[in-house]
Ligand binder design. Structure first.
Ligand code: NAD
Length: 280
């Protein structure tokens, strides 16, 4: 089985970002990372994103708010960030605390700065197959992995396990745009094993540690693991039991070292694209 390495895909994206940056004539775009509270997962993602952006020659600034901030105060602060001309793009770390109406925030974000595709306008563009919008970075990262390794998508049976608005659903649309025949699985899927086994491209985005083992994988399948979980020993792991699919899959992404590294590279690419679009 071939291991699909996120670092290699990220390096390819960096080459494109470096080219695109030259078109900005020395202006360095800035990402605003908006975080409410101190959740370790958010902070670790924020550190990773900052590090990646800096390594791509881009800037990232954190806007941090207390966990108990009121809905009104957060909306006021968020509006200012959206309107700030120094801010090229925004990454909002979710979920937000319960007192903040997340749906309102999704509607407030300026679609031109919405790098992770949470606004209704960008969601609609992803569903319409319109490439001028921003798809959620993780969903797009899966497509980038497949393309970087020249894995054919057209006509292939692609199964996505997970139907969230940030990964499963948009990814299904992106795969459809690439002409795959897409099946979406979720907690109520009757025959998960059989459906997964039938896939030529299997994407795991359920958020359940090692739930897909070799029995869920067809001979020669390409397996993309989006999951980021912690196993019983406290180690980072994906939704796929990587060891048990070795004899079945033709190719697979590991966790860590797979899709995660590509997600932040896509974020960087989105930031530069936003800057170019804003510059007209
Ligand atoms: P989520 O909890 O919002 O959605 C999970 C989906 O999986 C749901 O639609 C649910 O129906 C489905 N699901 C859950 N258990 C299932 C089961 N036993 N059988 C079938 N379907 C099942 O999660 P999410 O935000 O979409 O994230 C999914 C995973 O991807 C998580 O592990 C998350 O940490 C990870 N993630 C990774 C990145 C990255 O950059 N690699 C980014 C975002 C999320």
């Amino acid at each position: 089985m071939i291991t699909l390495k996120g670092a290699e895909v990220s390096a390819k994206i960096k080459e494109q970002v470096t080219e695109d940056l030259k078109k900005l004539g020395g202006t360095i775009p800035t990402l605003a990372i908006v975080r409410v509270g101190e959740k370790p997962d958010d902070m670790s993602y924020e550190r990773g994103a900052k590090k990646k952006l800096e390594s791509f020659g881009l800037k990232a600034e954190s806007f941090v708010f207390p966990e108990d901030i009121t809905d009104q105060d957060f909306k006021e602060a968020f509006r200012k960030i959206c309107e700030d001309e120094q801010v090229t793009g925004i990454l909002l770390l979710k979920p937000l605390p319960k007192q903040i109406c997340e749906k309102d925030i999704d509607r407030m974000i300026d679609p031109k700065k919405d790098l992770d595709g949470i606004s209704p306008e960008n969601i609609a563009k992803v569903f319409a197959g319109d490439p001028t919008g921003f798809a959620p970075c993780t969903a797009e990262a899966v497509i980038e992995v497949l393309k970087a390794y020249d894995i054919p998508i057209t006509g292939k049976r692609a199964t996505v396990v997970g139907r969230s608005m940030i990964v499963g659903k948009p990814l299904s649309m992106l795969l459809l745009k690439e002409n795959a025949t897409v099946t979406v699985c979720h907690t109520r899927t009757a025959d998960l094993k059989g459906t997964c086994k039938n896939a030529e491209i299997l994407v795991a985005a359920a958020g359940k540690a090692k739930m897909l083992d070799g029995d869920y994988v067809g001979e020669g399948a390409v397996v993309i693991d989006v999951g980021i979980n912690v196993d019983g020993d406290g180690k980072l792991c994906g939704d796929v039991d990587f060891a048990s699919i070795q004899e079945k899959a033709a190719m697979a992404t590991p966790v860590p070292g797979g899709v995660g590294a590509v997600t932040t590279a896509v974020l960087a690419a989105h930031l530069v694209r936003a800057a170019l679009q804003q510059a007209g």
